[in-house]
Design a protein. Structure first.
Length: 62
């Protein structure tokens, strides 16, 4: 994996981690914050899928 790809992967994982932390810090008993948490988790899922697809595209088998 090139240094550029490693940095991009690190940035992507940091972004996912940040969204998860923000979601966990919200008050899930509050309706508005619960909805926000669900939206953040939806963003995390989308980013994970995008990251998985980009990794799958970059994998070559001999």
């Amino acid at each position: 994996m090139s240094e550029h790809n490693t940095i991009m992967l690190d940035n992507a994982l940091f972004g996912i981690e940040s969204l998860l932390v923000a979601s966990m810090e919200l008050d899930h008993t509050d309706e508005g914050e619960h909805e926000t948490a669900i939206e953040l988790l939806d963003m995390v899922l989308k980013r994970c899928r995008k990251l998985r697809n980009s990794i799958d595209e970059g994998v070559s088998h001999a």
